[in-house]
Design a protein around this ligand. Sequence first.
Ligand code: SF4
Length: 473
Amino acid sequence: MAILDFGTTLMDTDEIAKIVGAIPAYPGKISFARDVDALSRSLYKRAGSRYPSKTYTKLIILKLANLLLAQHAAYHRHSSILARPIQLLIDPANTCQLQCPGCVHSRTAAEMKKAGADNVFDWPDGNMAPETFDTIENQFVPYAFASVFFNYGEPLINKHFPDMVRQAGAYLNYTWTSTNLSLSFDVDDVVSSGLDLITLSIDGTSQQTLERYRQRAKWDLCLENMKKLVEAKRRLQSRIFICWQFLTFEHNLHEVSQALDLAKEIGIDCVHVARPFDVSSYDPDIKVAVSPYEGWHNFNPDQTRAGLVPKEQLAALEARSEKIDALFDETWEHRIQRFGIEEEESRAGGPTCNWLYQNITFDAAKRTMPCCGAPTTRNVHLAFGSLDQANVDVVNTKDAKLSRLFFGDRDAFHEKAKGSERVTYCANCPAPPPDQFDRETNLPVSLFYLDAGVLLTPESIGSLTKWSNAKTI
Ligand code: SF4
């Protein structure tokens, strides 16, 4: 039976804060799912007609319910989880035309592979097919808050990329990509796709400097594309936010201030001067350096997401109303059976990795991974599953569950992993990251703009997003 009493009366108090506050008290997945189901019905009544449409209302409540379930699973360190990932990290292309040191596409990586080295990046080439993204849309996009369209490849190589952005935006996902911009592409198609943020990875203002790290990049093409993006943004009245990211090395420090001046002159919205990770093991001449300009330089602070979802996006949302109705009508209790989720005890209290509860990564070859790590031929088990596997819940593959268990209960992990040659990459993770929602795609901001004060108070946004008990390592 359900533990909290939602749905019998419309509550004056903040129901969301109440259910978050109750998470520590009961680890049971079925009882929590029942309460989330009751809460969803109550919120639907309470929202009335204050969101732009009924479809919008149902979608927001679906996302909120999913977020609560993710928080519940993370708190109790469950290994099999009902919640669908709240962030999708998608590589539209497993290919890149550049060869930056340290990357899976670097010259060193290619040479090592050719020489038959025993531990190289395991990274098949190719673009994500539209049908693959359709599968991601059907199974994951409605529940998520953000679709991040980059990992290791150059996303704009895939000509279907703008359509993928449209599909994710139709489900009110915050959409973000990052590009080296050193290629020809359909600028209008990208700008009109509804993309929220485009990061331009350009570390120089001259050919000689840029190509030291961005090997094979062409400065003239990057500059021309920057101007085209700004012009298209104005002409198409797009709200895309254009951010130039400048990674600092010893060889390019002298061009940082020029980049800031140029960005302002062209009309770029923001420059992020940042320190990259060390790649000297790939190229000893490339040395990371610190710039006095390090940080964010926002030249367009007046542009916010403003809570106004563009009308094209609302129309695309309404075109999916039948799907959203069906998702809203299915109870979470029913999904427990559909996904085959088992009950587990609470393992609350120990450290864990937030990626395992918030994110799923898809590469263009349909592989699923937990985070932004790159599988190597020794560590292919970082690829936890594949969208090709029929009737498999890729959120809860054997490797995904074992990885969560590694942090939740080390003895139980060793017992379950005994005799297996496959050791999850998470057990040897070199760099577990902090909560990934501390950047542009941050969850509190998404909730604030999507909800626009209808159901959520600052307190409930805080309780939904501060996973203070879901400690990172
Ligand atoms: S523990 Fe490391 S490898 Fe595993 S999901 Fe977290 S960051 Fe990725």
